[in-house]
Write a protein that binds this ligand. Structure first.
Ligand code: PHE
Ligand code: ZN
Ligand code: ZN
Length: 276
């Protein structure tokens, strides 16, 4: 898999920050900044040759949007999906939560196009709306899949992958998917832990509840880093992984570049390997 240039991911985050700045400081479900975020990501995917769809759903009386992008080719009865929620909370621009996962999978998708990848399994990327009110967009997506859910080989979720006081947490829901990420980080001599803070708390839950194999990465939210974790990962013990979680200070400054870089490279590795 290619190395993903973290500068491109950061440039996308700057764009999402600008979108929030121009739209009342947030990119929340039901607000103009959300739809503008969808349009920004979609524009890049269309230009790169993806087939994109914007799927509408109702989220608490407001119109919600999921953005779905398919890469041509591969066995569609074995679709490998990567997803991230694109909405922020109303209180802030949501750059770590979850501009980071959104920009990370965007740059991996663009790398797939650049490499003109010819995967054995079909590849699909999704940006979900209204996660912050209880995974509403991803649930709407899975409901709409119906019987086609048997065609989803695996779903990989990326929600918060650039936390400023970062950890390296790998979802432990499925051993096969967990191993792909663990092996990648082991090669880079980066210690990982099983992800427990987020069980049932992000879009992978919608897929897992439907019986689909799920995996993913997480760099930590409002839990505090322990002494032991600070020894392994650096950063500050006794401080939250993301002290700006769900706050107005979750801006483009609220990112650890190295963590974002490592996590984005891990996504590329996993998608290349799982779709081959
Ligand atoms: N889903 C949470 C949110 O968006 C963040 C989170 C992700 C928490 C993964 C734990 C694990 O606020
Ligand atoms: Zn959140
Ligand atoms: Zn989130």
């Amino acid at each position: 898999a290619p190395d993903i240039d973290v500068k491109s991911v950061k440039a996308d985050l700057d764009q999402l920050q600008s979108i929030a700045d121009a739209n009342g400081g947030n990119r929340a479900h039901g607000q103009a900044g959300y739809k503008a975020s969808v349009d920004f990501i979609k524009g890049k995917l269309d230009k790169a040759g993806f087939t994109t769809k914007v799927e509408e759903f109702d989220g608490g009386g407001a119109k919600g949007y999921n953005l779905v992008a398919d890469w041509k080719g591969g066995d569609e009865s074995k679709t490998v999906m990567a997803g991230a929620h694109l909405d922020s909370v109303p209180d802030g621009p949501g750059i770590n939560d979850n501009g980071s996962g959104s920009a990370g999978i965007l740059e991996v998708a663009l790398a797939v196009a650049k490499a003109d990848l010819k995967p054995t399994k079909h590849l699909r990327f999704a940006w979900f709306g209204d996660e912050e009110d209880g995974m509403v967009g991803s649930q709407a997506y899975v409901n709409k899949l119906g019987a086609d859910k048997s065609k989803i080989d695996s779903y990989l979720n990326f929600d918060m992958i650039g936390s400023p006081n970062p950890g390296y947490f790998v979802y432990d829901d499925d051993t096969r998917l967990e191993k792909v990420f663990k092996d990648f980080f082991a090669k880079k001599n980066i210690a990982t832990e099983k992800e427990t803070e987020g069980d049932g708390r992000s879009d992978h839950a919608s897929f897992k509840d439907a019986g689909i194999a799920v995996g993913g990465l997480f760099s930590g939210a409002d839990y505090k880093k322990t002494e032991e974790q600070a020894k392994n990962w650096g950063g500050e013990a006794g401080k939250a992984f993301d002290a700006c979680y769900h706050q107005s200070c979750d801006t483009a400054k609220n990112i650890d570049d190295k963590a974002l870089d490592n996590h984005t490279d891990a996504i590329a590795h996993a998608l290349w390997e799982l779709s081959s």
